[in-house]
Design a protein around this ligand. Structure first.
Ligand code: SF4
Length: 424
């Protein structure tokens, strides 16, 4: 059976999940190959900024066309043989993917196994991508945008202290990505100063009308960084931004699950949405695949802190991320889709029944991470069923679409690393 027939059969069997969403999830789990001409075409648009992890299925050393320097941050699929509504997809490079972007005349098209599927649109680099700070660094080095320009992504610390201590999450390549980018000559610095972040945002605020939210995030600080604990280090960014540009954007912070007093400091600084990312619901897999978090905080305490944060922020403003699909990663993951979905459904039920709104990023098996070496993501069927159980559990508890992601709904959503907003 051809790859395209597989997609068509899945779409037929799952009429409640639009075919463009099925293709989006497949692109996120398998990555995208680019023809030489398509890459040359894309180089004139907003390029991949490598804003935290690699989110690629091949390391830079394996990119024969130097895709890391030319590929776009995201693509938007539209029209084509199946009359797609627009869906925005993060670009995960994989020269071996069955999906390939090629040129056709003066435009781009996505093909699967050689068959055209949809037109590909790219986003122009915003004007501020060419602007520099007073220290000579380019604005996108400090404050790139993703989600089609909606979200400014502020990775204040590009490394994580868990992998440095041999306890990194097994699906994560943050420190390895830092090393490969530095070796490839990208101007990465481990820490962004508060001053340069504020200066970059001042420039963006003066010229940009697209961005509506920013996220302050970075690697975990288990000891200290520059003499500061995790809360002391990260809270300064929001404080400074909100002092200088109060309420200009929806303010989000993606940090560890912190004790309640620290969470109150985030709130006092101006954070509106808190992402204490949970990653994997199953207790055994949380212990195995997130060894640092399990040892340092522990799963029960992590859950208790999420619920404590809901008291501070309001439950709907606490949005823990799950890495969708990693619970099926060998060697310890679930072997059946049924078991994996049952486990994550339990996690969704637990949080959503309390008003907390989890969300997903589709796992990208990065070869520089411990679990990504074989580049074997979860089956596509898993993602289809996960979206369904997510949407149905949201409906069961009458929960609103998560705030800080733009508009929900097919054709309108911009969240690019999973489809949870496309199906609401
Ligand atoms: S806490 Fe885990 S997922 Fe987050 S940056 Fe560190 S190693 Fe990666």
């Amino acid at each position: 059976m051809s790859k395209l027939s597989e997609i068509e059969i899945l779409a037929e069997r799952n009429p409640d999940i639009p075919i463009e969403v099925i293709v989006k999830e497949d692109l996120l789990r398998q990555g995208i190959a680019w023809s030489r001409e398509a890459l040359a075409f894309a180089a004139d648009y907003k390029r991949k900024a490598y804003f935290i992890f690699s989110f690629d299925m091949v390391s830079i050393s394996g990119m024969e066309q130097r895709e890391n320097l030319k590929a776009p941050e995201e693509i938007r699929l539209e029209g084509g043989a199946y009359n797609f509504h627009p869906v925005v997809v993060s670009v995960r490079l994989n020269p071996d993917s069955p999906y390939r972007v090629e040129t056709e005349g003066n435009s781009l098209v996505l093909k699967l196994g050689g068959a055209p599927i949809a037109d590909v649109q790219l986003q122009k680099a915003p004007e501020f991508y060419n602007r520099t700070l007073s220290n000579g660094r380019l604005v996108p080095e400090i404050a790139p945008t993703i989600e089609w320009g909606y979200l400014i992504y502020l990775t204040a610390f590009r490394l994580c202290q868990y992998p440095a201590a041999g306890e990194g999450c097994l699906y994560c390549d943050i420190n390895e990505n830092y090393r490969q980018q530095k070796n490839a000559g990208r101007p990465y610095a481990p820490v962004k100063s508060v001053e340069e972040v504020v200066e970059a945002l001042e420039i963006i605020a003066s010229v940009d009308g697209e961005s509506k939210a920013y996220t302050v995030t970075g690697g975990s600080i288990t000891e200290t960084l520059e003499g500061k604990s995790e809360i002391d280090f990260y809270v300064r960014y929001t404080e400074a931004i909100e002092r200088r540009l109060p309420g200009r954007w929806i303010s989000k912070a993606a940090l560890q699950a912190l004790p309640k007093d620290d969470v109150k400091r985030l709130k006092a600084a101006g954070v509106q949405i808190y992402h204490p990312n949970f990653e994997i619901w199953n207790a055994r897999l949380f212990e195995t695949y997130c060894p640092g978090k399990a040892r340092h905080t522990g799963r029960d305490e992590w859950i208790s802190r999420i619920l404590g944060a809901a008291d501070v922020f309001g439950a709907e403003n606490v949005i823990p991320n799950f890495v969708a699909g990693v619970e099926m990663a060998p060697p310890a993951g679930f072997e059946s889709v049924d078991a994996a979905i049952a486990s994550t459904a339990e996690g969704l039920e637990f949080f959503m029944s309390r008003g907390v709104l989890p969300r997903f990023t589709t796992w990208c098996p990065e070869p520089l991470s411990a679990l990504g070496k074989e580049r074997r993501g979860a089956p596509l069927e898993y993602y289809i069923r996960l979206l369904r159980v997510y949407r149905d559990t949201m409906a069961k508890y009458k929960l609103p679409a998560p705030r800080g992601y733009g508009e929900p709904g097919l054709g309108r959503a911009v969240f690019s690393v999973s489809s949870f907003m496309d199906i609401l």
